[in-house]
Design a protein around this ligand. Sequence first.
Ligand code: ATR
Length: 528
Amino acid sequence: MRGLRFGYIATTLLSQVDASVGGKNGVNFQGYKNIVGVFNQPEFVICDLSLLTTLPDREISCGFAEIVKHGAIADAEMFAYLEENAARAFSLDLSVIEKLVYESVRIKAVVVNRDELEKGERRKLNFGHTFGHAIEKTAGISHGEAVSVGMVIASAVSEANGPLKSVDTERLQRLLQDLSLPTRIEVNVDLVWDALQKDKKREGDTIHFVLLEQIGSAVVRRLTIEDVRDGMKYLKSPTDENPSQAHVSTGAKRSLQSKAPALFGVFGDPISHSLSPVMHNRAFVFSGYNGVYFPFRVNAIAKAISAMKTLNMRGASVTLPHKVRVMAHLDRMDAMAEKIGAVNTILNQDGILTGYNSDARGAVSALTERLSLKNQRVAIVGAGGAARAVGYGIVENKGNVMVVNRTAKSGEQLAADLCGDFSLLSEIQKIDCDVLINTTPVGMFPDVDATPVPGTFFNEHMTVMDIIYTPLQTRLLKEATAAGCDTINGLPMFVYQGAFQFELWTGMQAPVEVMREAVSEVLAFHET
Ligand code: ATR
């Protein structure tokens, strides 16, 4: 009952130089960051440098953010060494990286030993993290990248409130850029400010802020929240001029120079209308992920799957008419896709293709943004592939499903599979529900005057979702809005299913807002 003995094997550069040192560790669990954790020391830490060669470039960059931080706050010599050897460091030259990992661990250990309970000295390790955490939460970028931007802002705040000279800020900025880290980012400034005000290190109207005095030396000062607010001007809001440049982090540039991009695509027929290419390509660029996504008009799905292996495509989306047929050609199936009986996402891991279905997750995320599904009575209109995916997502989240379909046979079958009830669409007026979701194509462009459910059915207690996104406001949604319902159009589901794909393929957090914006732009263009 005295806890478990444990040790760490640090497999990323970030964990080797930072996370594994200091005795404070946590894992994310059920959406909460660091909710399960320890505040005591491991018996050993193994930093095997050869593991670093297995990491994507972007992950390496993120580790460098903390190395730069250590140099900036405590070791001018190490900082200068890194400036001189940035290229060798980035290519993981063994002698350089060994020195940097060693020095970083030493610096952090010295700081932590001086202050095991995080009162004074240890706070210096938060350099760049006040803004960094707020940016990380808001922009959905990785910790290292957010800290990189946060350090540049913190240097600017240091110039305004302390002795730091602008040449030192410039040195810091240049070094981060040389290591393919972003130094400015396009974010929603109001959201960052909100997140920053909730910083747990805030005390009343002041905040403990780490200021650089010069490269190699930092101090912790109490600054007023207004002093800190001044740093916000170094963030770029999406409405600023020339925002497109800010989308491109330096990480993307480096990756493009050094390696061929990972290939992705969508297989379907027709395909020209697909919004997936614009959504994924925008997400890749924004995240600095070296990937590219194409639309492929495919009529023979077996050949496309074989080509996927030949071309070593990392992932693919699958759309009509191949979502069911494709399953026979894959090596493995994810449990949810198996249950749904359709695949819209493929992941290629060393030639092994696994099929997934992201629609259920997409639908659930779109709905749970607004309400909890638990014990809700959810009427699903339609009984095709989309209805099946949405239905399983709802059942998994403890909602009660009722399938409403024009044809009894397919509707009853789906209702039975989902352990729910069935009603004929012609008798919909007899049913009662909290949520209604249209999964049929009725109301989709060009038949925008059609609707599967009469407007008289709705009342102000209902939430109504349509998975159609062309047009965004279907007749169904317009009539539901007129009746006082809360409505959800097809955009969130599409974006969230894409976000799931992005995370599966890249292992990175999806920039959901950027993806939403990309799709909205195209839809707005088509609707005008
Ligand atoms: P998807 O895979 O996109 O769900 P699907 O498998 O063709 O497409 O399913 C479409 C669903 O919409 C079906 O349940 C279909 O009803 P049937 O089961 O009776 O075929 C339903 N649907 C299509 N057109 C419809 C219409 N005009 N009115 C009502 N329901 C319709």
